[in-house]
Design a protein. Structure first.
Length: 373
């Protein structure tokens, strides 16, 4: 049976009126995201484990291998690749495969043993400023301890010329890392809040049974409920993105066409999960509590507060099912690294799979009957 555009439009109009007629609801939709963005942008701070380290060892001696081992043995760093070419390190940082790069030039060991300053360069992905800032401190301590142990007798300690530089976010402003991440959290919160109460509210008001006896199909009911929320979420996305760029001065380096499809898929996921919650809950209070049961783990397992590499392996695999993790990667890469679709296709594909699955589950529950078990 084909969809009736007129019925979908009428239901969407009713949903818009219901969402926007109350002053408190309008404040929740348009003012709360701005307040939360400001709070997170100024207040959130975060620790690291197993930070991805790419090594370029152009000296290849026992001393340089010992230096690399000194990084790994602390548990703060994990070697994800090695080479003898600087270009490979550049590619690893550009693609986001490494957070830190260690380059040891030729003659390092000879200079160290001769009591001369031995140069070492460390590069950091400034797009992940919290991790990079902490990693810089750890790296300085590791190199300093190594230099003191290997300094020749009678030489001053600290015989290593350590040069550190952060890419993408040279000043390592934590705000540049946090604010793009907050965008994902706010959009998810908005979609869940508006849709998780949608069906159960109709039931409590007694209008759901009236809608079910009309010619309205489940797909039309679903579209009528989701289109207004999707449009509101897109407006919020535009507002807080402009605020992030204009107010906080966060650079946006990627083409906007990279962010839009990922945002639409993420909104689809949030709406689908909210509708699924709404069809399962019997009351608005139950729907609200279930929403937070999903929201909090999604935030914790997204990599926003804690690096995913610092989590137990089982939880790292669990994060693959988390849409917030994938959208965070897209948003941060779009803002700070200017990543294109080629480097983000796996994240966008994951959002597409999760979004279509949640919407299909919501439609199945709706056809089965809202509130049934």
């Amino acid at each position: 049976m084909s969809l009736d555009a007129r019925r979908i439009a009428e239901l969407s109009r009713k949903e818009f009126v219901q969402l926007l007629r109350d002053v408190r609801t309008r404040a929740l939709i348009f003012v709360a995201p701005i307040i939360q963005l400001l709070l997170f942008g100024y207040a959130v701070r975060t620790d690291i484990r197993d930070t991805a380290l790419y090594v370029v060892d152009r000296d290849r001696t026992a001393a340089t291998r010992e230096l690399v081992d000194a990084f790994v043995n602390t548990g703060y760093f994990r070697v994800v690749g090695s080479s003898d070419r600087s270009a490979d390190l550049v590619r690893a940082l550009d693609a986001g495969h490494a957070v830190t790069g260690l380059e040891i030039p030729p003659g390092f060991t000879r200079a160290l043993e001769g009591g001369q300053p031995a140069a070492v360069q460390l590069l950091f992905d400034g797009a992940q400023s919290n991790t990079a800032t902490i990693a810089q401190g750890y790296a300085a301590l590791i190199v300093g301890a190594y230099a003191r142990v290997h300094a020749p007798p009678g030489a001053a300690s600290g015989g290593i010329d350590l040069r550190m530089r952060a890419w993408f976010n040279p000043t390592l402003e934590s705000r540049h890392y946090n604010v793009p991440g907050v965008i994902a959290l706010l959009i998810l919160l908005m979609c869940l809040t508006l849709t998780s109460l949608a069906v159960v509210r109709e039931r409590e008001f007694g209008t759901l049974d009236q809608l079910m006896v009309t010619p309205l199909q489940p797909r039309e009911f679903l579209l009528g409920k989701t289109l207004p929320v999707a449009l509101i979420a897109l407006v919020d996305l535009a507002v807080i993105t402009v605020l992030a760029v204009v107010w906080f001065g966060i650079p946006f380096r990627a083409p906007i066409l990279v962010l839009i499809p990922a945002s639409l898929l993420f909104i689809l996921t949030g709406i689908g999960m909210g509708l699924l919650i709404s069809t399962l809950a019997q009351t608005q209070q139950e729907a609200f509590m279930t929403m937070f049961l999903f929201l909090l783990p999604s935030i914790i397992l997204s990599g926003f507060f804690y690096p995913i590499t610092s989590m137990p392996v089982a939880f790292q695999w669990l994060t693959v099912l988390n849409p917030v993790r994938h959208f965070l990667a897209v948003v941060r890469a779009s803002f700070l690294r200017g990543e294109g679709v080629d480097g983000l296709w796996s994240e966008i594909a994951a959002l597409a799979v999760i979004g279509t699955t949640t919407m299909a589950a919501a439609l199945w529950r709706l056809r089965r009957g809202p509130g049934t078990t």
